[in-house]
Design a protein. Structure first.
Length: 249
C-alpha cells in the first residue's frame, strides 16, 4: 500500500513558566491510501496534538513528518501552507462553518483558497455537496441544517482541492448513532472508493468497527506496534450499534 503520511520519531513539548509538558514522545507511524486509522486514548493523552502535527498546524519539537513524500518539517510557513492546501482536508467536531454563508458558499470559500472561482468553483462546490447528500441544501445556511447535515457540509468543504489525507477530530461526538453512522459511511466511501487516507481522533466506541487500525495513545506514547495494531472488529458492512438519541438528520 502507498504511504500518504509518515511520522518519524515525533516529540512535542510545551513550556509554561518553568514547567515542561511532554505531549508526545517519540511517536512513529505511517498512514496508507485507502485506510481509516483511529487515534484513541484518554483526554490529554496527545491525540489532538498529534493530529495537529499531521496537519501541519503545529510543528514537532523533534522528529520529522512528511505528506505524499514531501517533508513538512523545517520548511517555510508558506511551503507548509501549500502542502496543507494541496494534500489535507480537515473535519472538526464543532464544524467551523461560516454562519452567514450558504452551504454552497461555505464550500466555495475553501475552493477560493485554492485559486478557484466563478462558475467552475460553483459547479465543483455543488458536486461536493451532492456527493455528501446535500444536493437539495445548496442555499441553506448552517442554522437551517441539523447537526448531521452540518458535519456532512464540513466534509464537503474538506473535499475542496481533492485531498489525499482527511484528518477528523471527534467527527461524531456531537451526533446520535444514526448520524454518526452516516458520517462514518461517508468517510469510509472516501477511503475505499477514492483511495484517500483518513485519520480520526475519537472517544466514540460506537464507530470503532469502521477502523482498519486503532492506535492508542497514552501519556504521549503510541501504545503497540503502529503498523500491526489492527482492529479485530472491523467489518465492511457494520457501523455504530448504540441506540439513537440526540441530534437528528
Amino acid at each position: 500500500m502507498q504511504q500518504v503520511l509518515v511520522a518519524d520519531n515525533i516529540s512535542k513539548s510545551f513550556t509554561t513558566g518553568t514547567t515542561v509538558h511532554h505531549a508526545l514522545k517519540n511517536v512513529c507511524l505511517s498512514v496508507n491510501k485507502g485506510e481509516i486509522v483511529m487515534l484513541m486514548g484518554p483526554s490529554g493523552s496527545g491525540k489532538t496534538t498529534l493530529l495537529s502535527i499531521m496537519g501541519g498546524i503545529l510543528s514537532p519539537s523533534s522528529g520529522e513528518i512528511s505528506i505524499a513524500g514531501q517533508s513538512m518539517t523545517g520548511v517555510s510557513s508558506t511551503k507548509k501552507g501549500q502542502l496543507r492546501l494541496q494534500h489535507i482536508g480537515f473535519i472538526f467536531q464543532e464544524y467551523n462553518l461560516f454562519p452567514s454563508l450558504s452551504a454552497l458558499q461555505n464550500v466555495q470559500v475553501a475552493l477560493a483558497l485554492r485559486g478557484e472561482s466563478g462558475k467552475r468553483a460553483r459547479d465543483e462546490a455543488a458536486t461536493h455537496l451532492q456527493s455528501v447528500g446535500l444536493g437539495d441544501k445548496l442555499d441553506n445556511h448552517p442554522s437551517k441544517l441539523s447537526g448531521g447535515q452540518k458535519q456532512r457540509l464540513a466534509i464537503a468543504r474538506a473535499l475542496a482541492g481533492n485531498p489525499t489525507l482527511m484528518l477528523a477530530d471527534e467527527p461524531t461526538a456531537a451526533l446520535d448513532s444514526e448520524n454518526g453512522t452516516i458520517i462514518m459511511n461517508l468517510l469510509k466511501k472516501l477511503a475505499r472508493e477514492h483511495n484517500r487516507a483518513v485519520v480520526i481522533v475519537t472517544h466514540d466506541n460506537r464507530i470503532i468497527d469502521f477502523a482498519d487500525r486503532i492506535l492508542r495513545i497514552e501519556d504521549g506514547h503510541l501504545i503497540g506496534p503502529s503498523d500491526s495494531t489492527m482492529n479485530p472488529l472491523a467489518r465492511p458492512s457494520q457501523g455504530a450499534r448504540s441506540p439513537s438519541g440526540g441530534d437528528k438528520a
